[in-house]
Design a protein around this ligand. Structure first.
Ligand code: H79
Length: 442
């Protein structure tokens, strides 16, 4: 009798878990299509820690003593914050969605919550930043998304208190903490939803278990069946490559961090990468060049992933002018060449160090990122299709020479760009049907 019951129980567990996955697959299909076609989003890491200039994700109880860190909010008064300016900047940068840190590991709530006093309304600023951003996104037609850390080093019920679990809390209660977390998620959806994505983080710490993960995933999908959830809801992410271990709860997409993800046309993925070095603002942080930003976007898209590019606004509420200028430069580039990025899929050539490729309909875009120094042409493997036309989005008239096993492409020196030379190949079949092709590293 006992073993029969056990079988019933196992069957029930299987039905419940399959049910979650099937539900997700059906209801997010068009949402995933939108997200993939968007290709480029803005990540924003912001909070009282910007006053100290230390990193939001690992300075509490490390570079900044806990009692100092937890009192920073009393001086947080970003009077120059203007949600519409941030949103307009994201739009002008060519970004299609915005992911904002509603609550990071440090436990500070950037919204007007009923669940804790440790929130933005208890700063001298007293304005609901999340609400202002959600409204501005709606007004300017940018998809609003939230980042939310599963861990909370400040809350007494969460067992750990600083990076690496170095601080432990004596009277913690993880079950009670989980209820508190659920209440936050419900409040967020009720007051600020719907969202394009809920971007979880902090799942790697030991108190978070598969059971909590499954419950949270179900809760989120019940609140908004169409919302996308990243793989950090569960325990299946492997390291900073961000790939989910097969068979584990992995949400709707993978999340390589501070690196370009590997070519993958089967599983959706998004690289999150900072525009400077830190996630949250620090003075004189090193800013990436325009070339590095474009190469990152092109290689990400060429690998069939999205790019979530992060900025950390200053404690005044402003985005550093030099960072804003860089974003506008990216936007200018996308304005001219966006047809080779948006609504494309990665491939068929897998990116390597000198080029990437994207495709849609019967078109393949070759993005040549570094020209060979010892030749005036590039040579790539032949395509299993006839090429009906060759042109260059970036100017000039490229010449194509086809041999038995390779394609040779030449273009005048003055049309070889230092950032990206975009060659457009029109073919006589759907480019999406072509199997991925490895490019040799010369
Ligand atoms: O929100 C951003 C980060 O704050 C958060 N995830 C992204 C999206 C994040 N929190 N922790 N981590 C990422 C991983 C931290 C790795 C670390 Fe380290 C190892 C922190 C300290 C040791 C690597 C090495 C970074 C600093 C030294």
């Amino acid at each position: 009798m006992k073993s029969v019951l056990k079988h019933y129980f196992l069957l029930w567990v299987c039905i419940i878990s399959t049910d979650v996955l099937v539900l997700a697959d059906d209801s997010i299909k068009s949402q995933l299509e939108w997200w993939r076609a968007s290709r480029f989003g803005m990540f924003i890491h912001w909070g009282p820690v910007s006053l100290s200039g230390h990193e939001i994700g690992w300075s509490r109880g490390d570079q900044v003593p806990i009692d100092i860190y937890d009192n920073l909010y009393k001086d947080f008064n970003p009077t120059n914050f203007n949600a519409e300016q941030w949103v307009k900047l994201a739009k002008n940068a060519g970004m299609k969605y915005l992911v904002f840190t509603s609550r990071h590991h440090d436990g500070f709530f950037m919204w007007d919550t009923e669940l804790s006093d440790y929130n933005i309304m208890h700063t001298p600023f007293k304005r609901d930043v999340l609400k202002e951003l959600a409204d501005a996104c709606k007004k300017h037609d940018l998809v609003f998304c939230i980042y939310f850390s599963i861990l909370d080093w400040k809350h007494p019920d969460y067992p750990l208190g600083s990076p690496g679990g170095r601080t432990k809390k004596p009277n913690s209660d993880m079950d009670r903490y989980y209820k508190f977390l659920e209440a936050q998620i419900k409040e967020l959806f009720r007051k600020y939803g719907p969202f394009g994505v809920v971007w979880f983080d902090g799942e790697w710490e030991a108190p978070w278990t598969d059971q909590y993960a499954t419950n949270l995933y179900r809760l989120v999908k019940s609140l908004q069946p169409t919302v996308l959830v990243n793989n950090r809801v569960g325990k299946g992410r492997q390291g900073m490559d961000g790939i989910t271990v097969p068979g584990q709860l992995g949400g709707d997409f993978d999340t390589p961090e501070q690196r370009i993800g590997r070519f993958n046309i089967d599983r959706p993925w998004e690289s999150c990468i900072t525009l400077c070095n830190q996630w949250s603002w620090k003075p004189n942080d090193q800013l990436k060049s325009l070339k590095e930003c474009i190469h990152t976007l092109v290689k990400t898209t060429g690998g069939d992933g999205n790019l979530l590019l992060n900025i950390g606004p200053m404690p005044t509420g402003e985005i550093e002018p030099r960072q804003a200028i860089r974003l506008l430069e990216i936007g200018d580039w996308l304005e001219k060449y966006g047809e080779s990025i948006y609504a494309t899929r990665g491939g068929p050539f897998k990116p390597n160090s000198f080029m990437a490729s994207t495709r849609k309909d019967n078109i393949i875009y070759l993005h040549i990122l570094n020209w060979p120094t010892n030749a005036d042409f590039i040579s790539i493997p032949k395509l299993p299709t006839k090429i009906t036309k060759i042109s260059a989005l970036t100017g000039g008239s490229p010449q194509l020479t086809e041999s038995v096993d390779s394609l040779k492409i030449q273009i005048g020196q003055q049309f070889r760009h230092t950032i990206d030379t975009i060659i457009k190949l029109q073919i006589n079949r759907s480019a999406l049907e072509i199997q991925p092709i490895d490019l040799p590293e010369k």
